[in-house]
Design a protein around this ligand. Structure first.
Ligand SMILES: [Zn+2]
Length: 342
C-alpha cells in the first residue's frame, strides 16, 4: 500500500514487532512493592534485568482509585472503563481484547493466575460483563474465550463444578503440571486456592510459567501469555508482611523464567506491571514495613519492558495506552508477516 502511495520511494522500515508477548502482572504492585522485592531478592532480583521502564497512571473511568477489573480492562482493550466492569467500555459496550486479537491472528493464548477462576484480571481479557461479582456468568464466559491454556486457583470455591465447566469450552482438565505439559488441545488447570492467593502448594507460579511457556511455544504464529500473581494484592489488603514477601519472591522468580525464555527464543516481548497499588505500603528505615490503608490507592505503578518492541513502553502512560500498544503490536506483527509472504 505504501509503495502505491509513493511510487519509486522505498517504504520506511517498520520498527521490529514481537512474535510473542508475555505480560506479567503483580496485582496491587506499586513502586514500594517492587522496592521491597529488590531488598528481598538482592543480587537475584529479576525485574532489575529489564532495560526499559515506564510509569502507568491507574485511574479508572469513574474513580481516581481503580479496581482490578477496570485496570485489567484498560490493559486488555485499550479503553478506560468503570470499576467492576470487565472487557466493556464505560457505557457497557463490548471491547475487543488483546487475547481475542491474538487468537484471530492464529497465535496461541494463555491466562495464568494464582487468583480464583474467573477473577478480574484474566477475566478482563476473556469476558465482557458489567459485574465482576456475577461469578457464574463470568466463569462461563471465560471458559468459552478459546484460550489454549487457562490456569488458576479456586477449585474449592468454583460456582460451576469443574466437570461441567471444562466441556463448555472444549477443555481437558489437567490436575498436575505434568498433565498441563502433556495434554492435547485446550487445557484447564484449576488448583485449590492457598490462603491470600499465595502460590499453590504443589504448583508454584514459576513452575506454572515454565509449563505454560513449554506448552504455548510450539505455535509457529507465536503466543500471548498473561501471568498474574494475586498474592501481592491479597497480602496487601490484609497487611500480611510475610505473605507479601512470599508473593513478591515468587513473582520476581516468575519474571526471571519469562526473561530466560526471551533470552533463548528470538522475538519475545516481556512486560511487567502492577495494575494499581494496594495497601499504601511504606518502607521504613529499620527495614520493616507499614501500611497506609486496607484498600487500593490511586498512585502510579511502575512498568518494565524487555525484548522486541520494549522501547515503545518507556515513559509515562495512561493505563489504557498499554492496551492500545498491545493491540497494535498483535495486529501489526501479523500484517508484517503477511506482507513478508507476498
Ligand atoms: Zn485488590
Amino acid at each position: 500500500m505504501t509503495a502505491c502511495a509513493h511510487p519509486g520511494a522505498p517504504a520506511p522500515p517498520k520498527p521490529p514487532r514481537p512474535h510473542s508477548i508475555i505480560l506479567l502482572i503483580g496485582d496491587g504492585m506499586g513502586a514500594a512493592h517492587v522496592t521491597r522485592a529488590r531488598a528481598l531478592r538482592g543480587k537475584d532480583f529479576q525485574i532489575g534485568r529489564m532495560r526499559t521502564t515506564g510509569l502507568i497512571m491507574t485511574a479508572s473511568a469513574n474513580d481516581e482509585v481503580t479496581d482490578s477489573s477496570a485496570a485489567a480492562t484498560a490493559y486488555a482493550t485499550g479503553v478506560r472503563t468503570n470499576n467492576g466492569y470487565l472487557g466493556v467500555d464505560r457505557h457497557g459496550k463490548k471491547q475487543r481484547t488483546v487475547l481475542e486479537a491474538a487468537r484471530a491472528r492464529g497465535m496461541a493464548t494463555g491466562l495464568v493466575t494464582t487468583a480464583i477462576f474467573g477473577d478480574a484480571t484474566p477475566a478482563a481479557f476473556s469476558a465482557h460483563h458489567l459485574d465482576r461479582k456475577d461469578r457464574v456468568a463470568v466463569a462461563k464466559q471465560v471458559v468459552t474465550c478459546g484460550a489454549d491454556l487457562l490456569i488458576s486457583g479456586g477449585l474449592d470455591t468454583l460456582m460451576v463444578p469443574l466437570e461441567e465447566l471444562a466441556p463448555i469450552g472444549g477443555y481437558t482438565i489437567a490436575p498436575t503440571l505434568e498433565a498441563v505439559r502433556q495434554a492435547r488441545g485446550r487445557v484447564l488447570a484449576i488448583w485449590r486456592s492457598s490462603p491470600l492467593d499465595a502460590d499453590f502448594a504443589d504448583a508454584p507460579l514459576p513452575a506454572i510459567a515454565s509449563a505454560a511457556l513449554d506448552r504455548l511455544s510450539s505455535d509457529p504464529d507465536g503466543f500471548f501469555l498473561l501471568i498474574e500473581h494475586e498474592g501481592t494484592d491479597s497480602a496487601s489488603h490484609m497487611h500480611d508482611g510475610k505473605a507479601l514477601d512470599a508473593a513478591l519472591r515468587s513473582f520476581d522468580e516468575t519474571v526471571g523464567i519469562a526473561l530466560d525464555y526471551a533470552g533463548t527464543h528470538p522475538g519475545v516481548l516481556v512486560l511487567v506491571a502492577g495494575d494499581h497499588e494496594t495497601g499504601g505500603l511504606q518502607l521504613l528505615s529499620d527495614g520493616g514495613i507499614a501500611w497506609g490503608t486496607e484498600v487500593h490507592t490511586g498512585e502510579a505503578v511502575p512498568l518494565f519492558a524487555d525484548g522486541v518492541g520494549a522501547a515503545g513502553f518507556g515513559g509515562v502512560h495512561e493505563n489504557a495506552s498499554i492496551g492500545q500498544a498491545l493491540l497494535r503490536l498483535v495486529d501489526d506483527q501479523h500484517t508484517q508477516l503477511r506482507d513478508g509472504r507476498q
